[in-house]
Ligand binder design. Sequence first.
Ligand code: SF4
Ligand code: SF4
Length: 192
Amino acid sequence: MLSETHVPFWNETRTWREANLSPSRLLRMWRSELDPARKKARRMEALLDFVIPLMEDLCEATCSACSDPCCARARVRFDLADLLFMHLTDQAVPLAQSGPEGHGPCRYLGPEGCLLPRLSRPWICRWYICPQQKTLLRHYPASGQRRFELALSRIRRLRRDLEHDFILAVSPSNAAEKESASPNPQFARRTS
Ligand code: SF4
Ligand code: SF4
């Protein structure tokens, strides 16, 4: 089943809004500094373009007849890399953190499956393959299976790098450098 995230975060409307406002503001402020992160997010998007059709194939073959849908028990949450990816590649950002409200199923589970577009789902929901699907995947050509695994491992690495680039770009030392490089508005007023 989809594994559980142990730390519940951004669960309330206010914290979710703040969590999303912050990167959206920072991405505007640090446009050029965040170019490396943006390029990585675009690379992730291209890799996901390869991964998603295969996931859709597997879901089409298995999910509609599933007697125990994984999303009904999932406690999956969006993390920082998910938010950065969505903001950097202009994906639709969901209105609330994923996962259950109370003890029910994930709030995004609809009658036909997940209500979110694939690129706006938490990372685990984009790659999780249940045992039934794993069996099915073994019948795919070996080269396709290898490419699929390779794409996932590249995306995992890019997610780590994305967080690293973001934290580095908006770090306090970088902010201080940026401030000292820009003209001091007080000084500008006095000399104008
Ligand atoms: S991914 Fe597997 S466990 Fe989850 S709903 Fe589809 S068939 Fe069921
Ligand atoms: S976000 Fe979508 S895919 Fe992920 S657990 Fe919730 S309903 Fe399932």
